[in-house]
Design a binder for this molecule. Structure first.
Ligand SMILES: [Zn+2]
Length: 458
C-alpha cells in the first residue's frame, strides 16, 4: 500500500449513518486522510492489521489513537443559522414572531455596519459553533455587504466550511425604513459579495456565497426575479425561508395567489443548490416540486416550536426521500449545538404524534406514525445535511472531506456516561446524540485541518 498520500490517520471507534435511519459502528477503524483533507480510506481491523500501515504511521508520528472513552462522529452540519442574531440568543422566545423580529432582530442586525462589532460577534460565533462540533454552517448574514464579508473571512480564517449569504430585503411594505435596500443595491451587493467570496485569499472552496432573499414578504417580485437570474447564471447556492408560519403562507397566497414554492420556482430560485428553511406548510404539489428540483430543506425544530404555528412533517419528507437536514436557526434557538437540534427534532415529532389537547380523546389528539428516531435525526445532521448541500461530507467514506468530531465521555462533570457491559453501540450513539455537551467535544477537523483541540484534564 502506498502511504505517501496520507497526511495522518486516526484509529478508534466511530459512528456514522450511510443509510437514512441506520447507523454503522466502526470499531477500531483506521481512517486515513490525504493531502487535500479528504478521507483516503476507512479500514476495519481485518483490512489493516497485516498491512503494517498502523505501525508505519505511528513510527512517523502521524497516527492519532482515540481512547476507549472517545468516539469519532462526522462533523455536524447546521443548514440554517442567523449569524448576526448571536447576541440575541436566549432573549424573547416567549414572544410572537413579529414582535421578536421588530423588537430584537432588525435593530440588532442593523448594528453590523460597525465592522468592529461584526468582527467581535462573528469571531465568537464561529469559535462557538466549531467548539460545539459544527463543521459546516449555512449562515444568513445581515443586509450589508461589508459585515457579510467579515463573516465569510472569519469562517475562512477559523477553518469552518461555510455558506454565507448577504440578506436581501427591499419591500417597503414589510421592511423597516432603517433596514432595507433598493432592489438595485441588493442585486449589486449580492454580485459583489459573490465575487469577493470566491476571490478571498486562500479560499479553495471552503467558503461559498449564497444568494439570500430573506423571505417572500421582505422582497419585491422584481428583486426575486433578478436574484433568481443571477443565481441560475452563476450556479450559486440560494437560501431563504419557506412557509414558516400561517402568516408567511397566507401572505404569499394573498399577494400572489400561490404557495412560496411556486413563487420561488417561477422566479428561478429553486434548484439543486437551494436551501429552504422550515417549509412547514407544504402542499403535496410543493413537495413534488422540491423533490424534482433536488432542493434541500432545513428543519429547525426548536424554532418551529416557538414560531411555526404547527409541527413539521419531517416523517413524510424523509419517507419520500426529499433532501432534508437540520438547522439551529440561531437565535430562535438557545444553543448552536446540532446534537441538541437532533434531540429537539425527535421531541418535536413525538409531540406531533401524540398531540397536545387533554380535551380530546387520545385517538384524535395527534397524527399517528409521525415520530422520527434519534438515529434518523443524527442522519439529518450529518449525511442528510451533506446531501442537501450537494457536498461530499457527513460520512466516513473514501473521497469525502474529513470533517470529524471527537466526543469524549471521560471529561469530568458531564452528563454523557457510558456504562461498560450495559450500553450497546446503539445505546452509546443515542447517549451521544442526547447528552453530549460542548465540553465533551474535544477535537474537531474540517477538511483535514484540526480546528479545535481542547486539552482536557482527566
Ligand atoms: Zn431563519
Amino acid at each position: 500500500m502506498d502511504h505517501s498520500e496520507i497526511v495522518f490517520g486516526i484509529l478508534g471507534n466511530a459512528f456514522h449513518c450511510p443509510v437514512m435511519g441506520e447507523f454503522e459502528y466502526l470499531e477500531n477503524a483506521l481512517i486515513t486522510v490525504d493531502t487535500a483533507g479528504r478521507i483516503q480510506a476507512v479500514l476495519r481491523p481485518e483490512e489493516y492489521q497485516s498491512s503494517g500501515i498502523v505501525q508505519a504511521l505511528e513510527g512517523q508520528g502521524r497516527l492519532q489513537r482515540l481512547t476507549a472513552s472517545q468516539y469519532l462522529i462526522p462533523g455536524l452540519i447546521d443548514l440554517h443559522n442567523h449569524a448576526p442574531q448571536w447576541p440575541q440568543m436566549g432573549k424573547g422566545l416567549d414572544l410572537p414572531l413579529y414582535d421578536w423580529l421588530s423588537n430584537y432582530t432588525f435593530p440588532l442586525e442593523a448594528k453590523y455596519q460597525d465592522l468592529e462589532f461584526a468582527r467581535q460577534v462573528y469571531g465568537d460565533l464561529v469559535q462557538s459553533t466549531l467548539s460545539s462540533g459544527t463543521t459546516s454552517a449555512v449562515y444568513f448574514s445581515s443586509l450589508h455587504l461589508e459585515p457579510s464579508l467579515v463573516l465569510a473571512e472569519t469562517c475562512l480564517d477559523k477553518g469552518q466550511r461555510a455558506f454565507v449569504g448577504k440578506v436581501c430585503m427591499d419591500d417597503p411594505d414589510q421592511c423597516p425604513d432603517y433596514y432595507r435596500q433598493s432592489a438595485q443595491q441588493s442585486l449589486y451587493e449580492t454580485e459583489t459579495f459573490n465575487h469577493a467570496v470566491a476571490g478571498m485569499k486562500g479560499n479553495q472552496g471552503l467558503v461559498s456565497s449564497v444568494v439570500t432573499p430573506r423571505f417572500i414578504p421582505s422582497c419585491t417580485e422584481g428583486l426575486l426575479k433578478e436574484l433568481g437570474q443571477f443565481a441560475t447564471a452563476n450556479d450559486c447556492y440560494v437560501q431563504t425561508h419557506c412557509s414558516e408560519s400561517d402568516w408567511a403562507r397566507d401572505y404569499s397566497q394573498q399577494k400572489y395567489g400561490e404557495t412560496d414554492i411556486s413563487v420561488y420556482e417561477r422566479t428561478g430560485l429553486l434548484g439543486r443548490k437551494t436551501l429552504l428553511a422550515h417549509s412547514i406548510f407544504l402542499t403535496n404539489q410543493d413537495i413534488l416540486i422540491i423533490k424534482d428540483r433536488g432542493a434541500g430543506i432545513a428543519h429547525c425544530p426548536l424554532s418551529n416550536m416557538c414560531f411555526a404555528n404547527a409541527a413539521m412533517t419531517t416523517r413524510e419528507l424523509l419517507d419520500q426521500g426529499v433532501h432534508c437536514g437540520l438547522g439551529s436557526d440561531v437565535a430562535a434557538s438557545v444553543t448552536p449545538s446540532m446534537l441538541r437540534s437532533c434531540f429537539d427534532a425527535v421531541t418535536h415529532s413525538r409531540v406531533r404524534e401524540e398531540g397536545t389537547s387533554t380535551h380530546r380523546p387520545a385517538g384524535e389528539r395527534g397524527e399517528s406514525n409521525t415520530r422520527i428516531s434519534l438515529v434518523e435525526s443524527f442522519w439529518m445532521a450529518t449525511a442528510g445535511g451533506g446531501q442537501s448541500l450537494d457536498q461530499n461530507i457527513g460520512l466516513f467514506k473514501a473521497g469525502f472531506g474529513f470533517d470529524a468530531v471527537v466526543v469524549d465521555a471521560a471529561v469530568p462533570d458531564c452528563d454523557l456516561t457510558i456504562w461498560p457491559g450495559m450500553d450497546s453501540p446503539a445505546d452509546i450513539l443515542e447517549k451521544i446524540i442526547s447528552t453530549t455537551s460542548r465540553h465533551n467535544v474535544t477535537r474537531v477537523w474540517v477538511q483535514g485541518r484540526q480546528v479545535i483541540d481542547k486539552k482536557t484534564a482527566g
